[in-house]
Ligand binder design. Structure first.
Ligand SMILES: CC(C)(COP(=O)(O)OP(=O)(O)OC[C@H]1O[C@@H](n2cnc3c(N)ncnc32)[C@H](O)[C@@H]1OP(=O)(O)O)[C@@H](O)C(=O)NCCC(=O)NCCS
Length: 172
């Protein structure tokens, strides 16, 4: 398995695998593939990595800039992340997340937020903090990680209200 930046020839496969992965997801509105396209068109797909296996694109992860209290503080939003259903449970998701976080660190990013299942993301050091908020989801599902902190809970997270890129609202 190889993780690399997306290429224009991957766009179709990324959309297809994302749609397939979220098809039966209980909290999905089936807009994730359109969201990736909207972020790309807006120039907001800061990081877009694919997992390739035997020449086939089987996983994908996106990161885009977020604001905190309306300001760019070097924070990014993780997602969508998806692995083709028949390839799930083999460590591809974890590898994509770890590669993405390493990439953020290399860029000098301050941190990363996401909406997702705490049981899955806490292993990467993400945690919920009542002072860093995101409207619209139960607080335990909104999680943050200061890049480079290894999830050390002594490392303070910023305070404020996070907004994802407008493409998230447009994609529904
Ligand atoms: C989430 C996803 C990207 C993980 O990719 P993956 O390649 O299956 O993940 P990995 O094999 O690296 O890790 C699997 C681990 O994650 C856990 N896991 C996967 N999805 C989970 C979930 N929704 N809730 C809790 N744990 C989950 C598995 O139980 C497994 O745990 P273990 O390592 O303790 O056994 C993939 O399952 C997927 O595409 N799901 C549908 C789309 C989705 O939900 N995206 C994330 C939205 S927040």
């Amino acid at each position: 398995m190889m993780i690399r930046d997306e290429k224009p020839t991957d766009h179709e496969a990324i959309g297809a695998l994302t749609s397939a992965a979220f098809r039966d997801h209980p909290h999905s509105q089936q807009t994730e593939a359109a969201l990736i396209v909207a972020l790309r068109e807006a120039g907001a797909l800061t990081i877009s990595l694919v997992a390739e296996m035997d020449g086939r694109v089987v996983g994908h992860i996106a990161f885009s800039p977020v604001t905190i209290d309306g300001e760019d503080k070097g924070w990014f939003g993780l997602g969508p992340v998806a692995v083709l259903p028949e390839f799930q449970g083999n460590g591809i998701g974890r590898a994509l997340i770890e590669a993405g976080l390493a990439r953020l660190k290399g860029m000098g990013a301050a941190g990363c937020v996401l909406v997702g299942y705490p049981e899955f993301y806490k292993r990467f050091g993400f945690r919920a903090d009542p002072r860093l908020t995101y409207a619209g989801v139960p607080p335990e599902y909104f999680m943050a990680l200061a890049v480079g902190s290894e999830g050390d809970s002594a490392v303070e997270l910023p305070r404020g209200e996070v907004r994802f890129h407008p493409a998230f609202a447009e994609a529904g």
